[in-house]
Design a protein around this ligand. Structure first.
Ligand code: U2F
Length: 454
């Protein structure tokens, strides 16, 4: 496909789980457009993780490092410092790549956070700008209504009114103002992170298309509404299931800490296992690690906990010894394989979008403790819209509230209903990625659109 060679600039945001879904999209597109070239701009740290084990220059995807503000020997910069180096760091690397190849980029495919993709495309004669939103339609909707939400928040008396539900935003009637991403309610919209997100909300309606890692039946009302605000929206997820259904599925992720054999070794009569993980970068505060540990010890259900060493050191004394018969703690788990294991019955999570979608894809109920960004909205959808899990009461892990949530999900009639709902959604996710499913169709429409440009 693609009559002539097109050179696509792919601009990744190097933090959290942003660059990986973008690379996954690029791989799907590069298979559809074998004669196109994809230059993947990202910081060195993220590129080295993402491209580890690949032959340099293999296929039609090539990684380029953008400067991230570090000077040799210095610690990695913060997100804020990186954002302050933008867009100059990308502009410089793009100019170097264009000089190296002698061709201008004919398309920009960027993480939606990188709002300047549209400007770079316009500077090259109005070539297309395609943006990938790595979270759900529900959170992009929130950003597109930033000015409206801020005006509502400003009109509420201090502190009160943040519980007001956003009934007038289609599909968001269960979400309260206080559950909006912090960047939307930020005092200073010029600060680096809120500024980047606000610019994104202003610029995205100018993108030729916005691609979302979700599927139509998951958020139909929200999606239909954002379709009316953006040029084109392509819901092509869950990408993790699309990958599994692909002709050449990815090799399984390594299981360095033997999580799967451990799950396999649980006796058939054992209660369902609890899996705990808080995404790529979060570790709950020490008091919440203690509360979680106390709840797990009291519950005595098997548990697998992805917890970094700096979190392990806050576990109560003797906890590891006392729980060694039924618990396992690892610094990193092959989460997708864990969630697809039949022995897992509950997922304690921060509700990052990838984790939420992975739980849905494999039919596992969630216990949510959101921290920042879209996580509050995702958790509210989990509890009140899809009814596939519960939020921890009070917003933080305490022993009693965690135990209560575990009991609801694992051992109650409500838990059975949540399980039925998540299994139903899993079925819809699997339908979406079938050859005639909605996400497959929308991916083909994206390819068709790009074919017109390339
Ligand atoms: C940010 O996401 P995070 O990286 O914090 O969290 P997720 O979106 O849930 O993605 C975590 C990924 O890391 C994998 C897991 C997910 O694909 O399978 N993983 C794993 O394989 N093993 C582990 O032990 C732990 C995790 C942000 F914080 C969120 O709010 C956003 O929704 C998200 C997307 O924009 O980015």
């Amino acid at each position: 496909m693609g009559s002539s060679e097109c050179h696509v600039a792919v601009l990744a945001f190097p933090f959290a789980t942003h660059a990986a879904p973008l690379l996954s999209l690029v791989e799907q597109l590069s298979a559809a457009f074998p004669s196109a070239r994809f230059s993947f701009f990202n910081n060195q740290d993220s590129n080295s993780g993402l491209f580890r084990g690949r032959k340099p220059g293999a296929g039609n995807v090539k990684a380029y490092d953008v400067w991230d503000g570090t000077v040799a020997g210095e610690a990695l910069v913060t997100h804020e410092e990186f954002i302050m180096a933008m867009p100059g760091n990308y502009v410089k690397a793009i100019a170097e790549a264009e000089a190296e190849t002698g061709t201008k980029f004919g398309c920009f495919l960027t993480d939606a956070f990188l709002w300047f993709g549209g400007d770079l495309a316009a500077e090259r004669g109005g070539v297309p700008w395609i943006a990938l939103w790595t979270a759900g339609a529900c959170s992009i909707s929130a950003h597109l209504y930033t000015d409206f939400v801020r005006s509502l928040a400003a009109a509420t008396p201090t502190g009160n009114g943040l519980e007001q539900k956003l009934k007038v935003i289609p599909g968001m009637s269960e979400i309260s103002i206080g559950e909006m991403p912090g960047e939307i309610l930020a005092k200073d919209l010029q600060a680096p992170f809120p500024g980047m997100i606000y610019n994104m909300a202003l610029k995205l309606p100018g993108a030729n298309a916005v691609v979302i890692n979700s599927f139509q039946n998951l958020e139909p009302t929200v999606t239909d509404d954002i379709r009316s605000k953006l040029h084109k929206v392509f819901n092509i997820g869950p990408m993790i299931l699309r990958q599994a259904a692909a002709a050449t599925p990815k090799p399984p992720i390594s299981d360095d800490h033997n999580c799967i054999p451990w799950l396999d070794s649980l006796p058939p009569a054992s209660p369902p296992a609890v899996y705990l993980s808080f995404g790529s970068g979060l570790t709950p505060p020490p008091a919440e690690i203690v509360a979680l540990a106390e709840a797990l010890e009291a519950k005595r259900a098997p548990f697998l906990w992805s917890l970094k060493p700096h979190g392990v050191k806050h576990l109560p004394e003797g906890f590891l010894e006392r729980t060694k018969e039924f618990g396992k703690i690892v610094p990193w788990a092959p989460q997708v394989q864990v969630l697809s294991h039949p022995g897992v019955g509950a997922f304690v999570t921060h509700c990052g979008w990838n984790s939420t979608l992975e739980a849905i894809s494999f039919g596992v109920c969630l216990i949510c403790r959101p921290f920042y960004g879209d996580q509050q909205i995702n958790s509210r959808f989990v509890e009140s819209v899809w009814e596939i899990g519960v939020k921890v009461e009070g917003g933080k892990f305490t022993k009693d509230e965690t135990l209560k949530a575990l009991n609801v999900v694992l051992d109650s009639d409500r838990g059975k209903l949540l399980k039925e709902n998540v299994v139903k959604l899993k079925g819809e996710a699997m339908e979406a990625v079938k050859p005639h499913g909605s996400s497959t169709k929308e991916f083909q429409e994206l390819v068709h659109l790009l074919n017109g440009y390339f």
